[in-house]
Design a protein around this ligand. Structure first.
Ligand code: NAD
Length: 309
């Protein structure tokens, strides 16, 4: 398959490597010029278990891409997606399938502004990766993907996409209700990412707080109310259990969530697509979500204090 990874940071690069190694023609498209140049010049360096492998890959800035693709996998951060889609208008004219696995709620709404609904596949993934520097990722462990076409009965050949992902060892499976899966992951991220960033702690340290349950309920009870009003399946108790399951050191306890890393690296966070999305949707649906609104303000204040635009 001819595949473009649009947004080839930590995750996009990891997926790109695996898909290329399985025999697909992969192009990494990214707006970070130093990163693109490093891959073009030296190949992508992948560090795993302390061992570096250099993988030659095709990489380009969006404006330098003239090819068309069967599949575009969008892996920007949520707030970079609109801009990336604008830059890929020519490639989107060819009607490729577009797959989005980025975190946050609202990505499908962004994509629908540029791509016919029947060409969009959305999902969630528990693969992980870190961008160590330009042209360099560090990867650990393995993961899986749940995905679903947005209009299941109108999407061309989802099986082919699932087979392509599985051929690359990405462990993809169709989800019966992808919107519920996206909200479930966003609920987890809106607790762990947001509090660990505000408290400057890792997941185990958050879990050791005597009031972690109250803090969690403050976020997820509002998720529950807004999801119900929006006709999205959401189970605050199941999300709380999922969060508690991350605390053990041999699970994700020692991990600093990506929002914490973004703040530490002075990069914008995805808060508007997590707590911020629920606060705004709550306002639209007349379902108050003051805790999520306040947490969004706190993260934006922290960004401002760090000079993050
Ligand atoms: P990332 O920050 O590594 O990359 C996203 C974009 O930001 C890329 O275009 C990248 O080139 C650019 N970027 C990163 N550092 C930069 C710098 N210093 N200067 C200029 N540009 C820079 O993002 P990611 O971690 O791959 O995440 C993509 C999506 O996947 C997000 O929605 C994220 O929440 C989600 N996700 C990430 C992980 C993970 O382990 N990283 C796991 C699951 C889901």
């Amino acid at each position: 398959m001819k595949i473009a990874i649009a947004g080839a940071g930590a995750m996009g690069s990891r997926f790109g490597v695996k898909l290329q190694q399985a025999g697909n023609a992969v192009t990494l498209i990214d707006n970070w010029a130093d990163h693109v140049r490093a891959i073009q010049t030296n190949g992508l360096v992948v560090t795993k278990d302390g061992h570096d492998t250099v993988i030659p890959m095709t990489a380009a800035l969006p404006q330098d891409v003239h090819d068309t693709f069967d599949l575009i996998i969008l892996f920007t951060k949520a707030m970079q997606m609109d801009h990336m889609l604008q830059e890929l208008k020519a490639q989107l004219g060819n009607q490729p399938a577009v797959l989005v696995l980025a975190n946050g709620i609202g990505n499908v709404e962004t994509i629908e502004r540029y791509v016919p609904k029947q060409n969009i596949v959305a999902g969630t993934t528990v693969w992980s990766s870190s961008l160590t520097g330009p042209g360099h990722i560090t990867v650990t462990g393995s993961g899986s993907i749940s995905l679903q076409a947005i209009v299941p009965d109108q999407f061309g050949d989802l099986d082919h996409i699932v087979e392509t992902l599985n051929g690359a060892g990405l462990k993809a499976s169709p989800a019966p209700d992808v919107l519920a899966a996206i909200w479930k992951k966003a609920g987890l991220n809106s607790v762990l990412n947001t509090y660990c960033t505000l408290f400057d702690c890792n997941i185990a340290e958050f879990g050791a707080l005597p009031n972690w349950r109250e803090l969690t309920a403050g976020v997820l009870d509002e998720f529950q109310a807004v999801a119900t009003a929006a006709n999205v399946a959401f189970d605050a108790q199941a999300d709380t259990d999922l969060i508690a399951a991350q605390f053990a050191p041999d699970k994700n306890g020692e991990h600093y969530p990506s929002m914490h890393q973004d703040m530490a690296n002075r990069r914008p966070t995805e808060i508007d697509f997590l707590n911020g999305y629920v606060a705004q949707l709550g306002q639209k649906l007349a379902v108050p979500a003051p805790n999520n609104a306040l947490l969004t303000q706190l993260i934006h204040s922290q960004e401002a204090l760090h000079g993050i635009a």
